[in-house]
Write a protein that binds this ligand. Structure first.
Ligand SMILES: [Zn+2]
Ligand SMILES: [Zn+2]
Length: 166
């Protein structure tokens, strides 16, 4: 089977190619993102499609970024030094930690499937994907603001009350 040089993996549901360094969706369930059995999805809908198949009870889709071709080649050669998705809930949390030394992370900060579910349940409406990015930016703004409040108060911990100022 031939895959062209730009394809990292194919979507586990629709088989659409996922390019190197492209965003994709990973399943939050550890058996789906364990090394060697990694499921990757091109969209939340494709992720949704595998949930009944895998009989997940509490799962969500995590936005992730495919490795670059160089990173992937290196990862195939050596034990990965940076495991993107952990195999335990604790490791999963750690995977959300921003990488140090680079620009502020632009990760999705919203649990997409839960947000969509909430909007659908309360209003019957669908949610466009660009909402997720905008909301993540809003959350980042709020956090930056709250961190400023905490710093002004001489704290190194951002607390709930730092978000209440309006
Ligand atoms: Zn797909
Ligand atoms: Zn899964």
């Amino acid at each position: 089977m031939t895959t062209d040089d730009t394809t990292w993996k194919r979507c586990s549901t629709c088989k659409k190619p996922i390019a190197f360094a492209a965003p994709y969706w990973a399943c939050s369930v550890s058996t789906c993102n364990r090394r060697g059995a990694l499921f990757a999805f091109c969209s939340v809908d494709c992720w949704d499609g595998h949930v009944p198949v895998m009989r997940h009870r509490d799962a969500w889709a995590d936005e992730a970024t495919a490795p670059t071709a160089a990173e992937w080649a290196r990862e195939q050669e050596h034990e990965p030094r940076r495991i993107v998705v952990g195999s335990t809930p604790a490791a999963r949390g750690a995977a959300d930690t921003p990488r140090r030394g680079s620009a502020p992370p632009r990760d999705v900060l919203i649990v997409v499937s839960k947000l969509k579910h909430y909007i659908r349940e309360t209003t019957g409406m669908n949610t466009s994907d660009d909402v997720i990015e905008t909301l993540s930016d809003r959350v980042r703004d709020l956090c930056d603001d709250a961190a400023g409040q905490a710093r002004a108060a001489g704290r190194k911990t951002v607390m709930a009350r730092d978000f209440t100022r309006r």
